[in-house]
Design a protein around this ligand. Structure first.
Ligand code: GLU
Length: 257
């Protein structure tokens, strides 16, 4: 069975300082569907956003952001648990820091846990351990974390479900003639050095962190699919029916489609 990592961002999981329940439910239903065909690992953001629903701390202060993540992570997991329960799926929480991917030995330990969870049909839900991950331990954004997870945990594909529905030839928020780049085989270095511009107040990344994630995987023979997390039809048709209609696939020429 093929293995996939699905990454979902805070912009998809929250709206107006609340958890976006319908979108989260759609995601959970989609993952249950994917599980009929793939081994699925979920990387979920949204801890800080979920914490903010309970306590309005100024998230620009690092210590507050860490506290919000610490409050929000169990709220998020509780919601996932309830939603997966309807599908008879048991979720688990895996919190990582950069140290878990520093050496092959370290990542192997985390992989052993992931393998055991998958063998027992459990959905591992990964997030950064924001409460303790500062300075040298910080991964920072879950786009890159999900690329490390995909690589170190042996996934065939990383799927990023985002408020950005594809990679365009120019910024679609500024240019209405921007067109989707549906297949990308390599990323130029200047595309990676642009400023990081998240679209949403709880999001850490933006297109640049997604390109960095794709670049990391492309250089290691991996692949990534970027599609909308608001409307899952492109991700569904690509993954369940093998039809690439919308969204962007990052894969080398040798990878084939
Ligand atoms: N780990 C953060 C959270 O769960 C999000 C990081 C990101 O959005 O990339 O809130």
């Amino acid at each position: 069975m093929k293995r996939v990592v699905v990454k979902v961002g805070s912009a998809v999981l929250s709206e107006q300082n609340r958890i976006a329940k319908d979108r989260m439910q759609n995601l959970v239903d989609f993952i249950a569907e994917l599980k009929t065909k793939y081994e699925v690992i979920l990387v979920s953001s949204g801890a800080v956003a979920a914490g903010y629903t309970e306590l309005k701390l100024d998230k620009k202060v690092l210590a507050n952001k860490q506290a919000l993540a610490s409050i929000g992570q169990p709220i998020l997991m509780n919601k996932y648990r309830k939603m997966f329960e309807h599908h008879n799926i048991l979720p688990s929480q895996v919190l990582v820091t950069a140290a878990n991917f520093n050496t092959a030995g370290e990542s192997q330990k985390a992989k052993d846990t992931i393998e055991t969870l998958l063998q027992h049909n459990v959905i591992p839900i990964i997030n950064e351990n924001d409460a303790t991950a500062t300075e040298e331990l910080v991964l920072g954004d879950n786009d890159q974390l999900s690329a490390y997870a995909a690589y170190h945990f042996g996934a065939d594909l990383l799927i990023i479900l985002s408020d950005i529905d594809a990679y365009y030839n120019k910024d679609p928020r500024v240019h209405n003639d921007a067109i989707v780049r549906s297949r990308i085989t390599c990323i130029e270095s200047e595309e990676l050095s642009r400023e990081v511009t998240p679209n949403h107040s709880f999001a850490t990344g933006g297109i640049v962190t997604k390109l960095k994630a794709a670049d990391f995987l492309l250089k290691r023979g991996g692949a990534m699919f970027l599609a909308s997390g608001f409307d899952l039809k492109d991700a569904r048709s690509f993954l369940m029916e093998g039809n690439h209609i919308g969204g962007s696939l990052f894969q080398t020429k040798e990878g084939g489609e």
